[in-house]
Design a protein around this ligand. Structure first.
Ligand code: GDP
Ligand code: GDP
Length: 435
């Protein structure tokens, strides 16, 4: 499992700046997608050798007792409790603030993972000077960094991840999908799980050998096998299956990582919120196949359904590669179609793309629209082959490919998706110059 790095700190110390630096993808493709919120809280760490998950807890007040702040605090504390590494960020220019002390007290009491105290905005300052007053927080030696300028950040993350093993390559292609059902609290995930498991024969429980006790459940439905990845401690209670734990961001992210196909459940009876979009953004970033289940359609009038479609279209536009299925987990409506969507998404994610067909599609795409000139340089694209699955990766060889812009890459991605009729999976294009 990828280790999870959780960022904490009061507002304005530079958490989102650090988050962006840690998660920045080489081609900025994900960051550019229309509709994908800029203010993200979950991402894949890309700095250094080891992959990791980054969670930004937002600026929070640990002693907030009620309202939105307390809900934020609850979620932040949960992330802190489940973190593998905590980076506590303070502001070296503003100096030590009372709120820093409250967060430090809470961390000393509640955090089980190692805490790295990072003094941000330290560019152009002497380390000993800028860190001096933060020793008082009693969280070890403060480390001076500049999130904005990138100073000290790589070292920080390499130290923080030093004891975690190198990731292993997982090459085997599974014969049935591993499915994670995710979504924010109360959208109907456990009702859906219950609906899927309730009437079917559950084949086996699979206890994994990892630190976090997660469970995988083999399920046979209409003669097909699925492995459900548990995000919320699914247990049998009386006659029904229930999620016994509360929503957890980190369990959600880990489940997405381990899945081939994700079912993102949203509530048709509620506005699509930031949290839906954040989870959706993470699924996209992780390259997972996706089905969006718009649940509780039984609860809304037919005249309101159009508004919902518009709201979804607008707020989850960056997930337009996925099928959206209207379902009622409570009544069982739409479940069969949704599972067909899962099957289709899995097949698309694992599709074999032949080199000749890819290359022909590439040639036709280039003929229809040449890559734009970069000054006097015209990038050339010569041939394509498949470089991976789940998500499918198409590697294109040519020359001066560094000059190809994200919009043209997206154009090519669209062409391959169409050529191979891939529904329900993102596809990635990687460009290589030379040979
Ligand atoms: P957050 O509220 O903790 O997420 O903080 P932000 O990342 O939004 O940053 C707050 C402000 O601090 C912004 O104006 C950033 O540009 C600035 N900032 C962040 N990192 C640095 C840094 O390393 N040096 C300086 N000088 N400013 C920074
Ligand atoms: P979770 O937190 O995502 O696991 O959500 P739950 O499965 O616990 O459901 C939250 C609430 O929504 C419960 O009161 C459910 O009865 C209700 N609910 C779930 N699915 C449906 C549905 O399809 N229609 C309606 N009307 N309510 C539902």
């Amino acid at each position: 499992m990828k280790p999870t790095v959780v960022l904490v700190g009061r507002p304005n110390v530079g958490k989102s700046t650090l988050f962006n630096r840690l998660t920045r993808s080489r081609d900025a493709l994900v960051a550019d997608l229309p509709g994908l919120t800029r203010d993200r809280h979950y991402g894949q760490g890309r700095l250094g050798e080891k992959p990791f998950i980054v969670v930004d807890t937002g600026g929070f007040e640990p002693v907030a007792k009620e309202g939105l702040l307390s809900e934020m605090a609850r979620q932040a504390r949960e992330a802190i409790a489940e973190a593998d590494v905590i980076v506590f960020l303070v502001d070296g220019r503003a100096g030590l603030a009372p709120q820093d002390k409250r967060i430090a007290t809470m961390l000393r009491k509640e955090a089980k993972a190692p805490v790295y105290l990072a003094v941000n905005k330290a560019e152009g300052m002497r380390e000993a000077m800028v860190t001096a007053e933060f020793h008082e927080l009693a969280l070890g030696d403060p480390i001076a960094i500049s999130a904005e300028h990138g100073e000290g950040v790589r070292q920080l993350i390499e130290d923080a991840l030093a004891k975690f093993p190198e990731p292993e390559e997982d090459e085997e292609i599974p014969d049935h999908p591993r499915v994670a059902i995710v979504g924010r609290p109360n959208v109907g995930k456990s009702t859906l799980v219950n609906r899927l498991l309730g009437e079917e024969r559950v084949i086996a429980f699979d206890q994994p050998g990892t630190t976090r006790d997660s469970i995988e459940i083999e399920l046979e439905k209409d003669g097909k096998l699925y492995t459900l990845i548990d995000t919320a401690g699914i247990r049998k209670r009386g006659k029904v299956w229930e999620a016994v734990e509360k929503f957890s961001v980190i369990k959600t992210l880990q489940a997405i990582e381990r899945a081939n196909v994700v079912i993102l459940v949203v509530d048709a009876d509620q506005d699509i919120g930031e949290q839906d979009a954040h989870i959706g953004g993470y699924i996209l970033e992780a390259g997972r196949a996706l089905v969006v289940a718009v649940n509780k359609v039984d609860a809304i009038d037919s005249d309101k359904r159009k508004d919902i479609a518009t709201d979804l279209e607008r707020k989850l536009h960056f997930l337009d590669f996925a099928e959206f299925h209207k379902i009622s987990a409570r009544h069982g409506t739409g479940i069969k179609k949704m599972l067909e969507g899962v099957d289709g998404a899995f097949a698309a994610a694992m599709a074999k793309l032949s080199t000749p067909k890819l290359t022909r599609a590439l040639m036709a795409a280039v003929q229809a629209q040449q890559p734009p000139m970069a000054g006097r340089i015209r990038p050339k694209l010569r041939y394509a082959h498949q470089g991976g699955s789940n998500p499918p990766i198409v590697v294109i060889h040519g020359s001066a490919t560094d000059h190809i812009k994200a919009t043209y890459k997206r154009y090519l991605e669209g062409i391959f998706i169409k050529t191979f009729k891939l529904k329900g999976t993102p596809l990635r294009v990687e460009l290589r110059s030379g040979a």
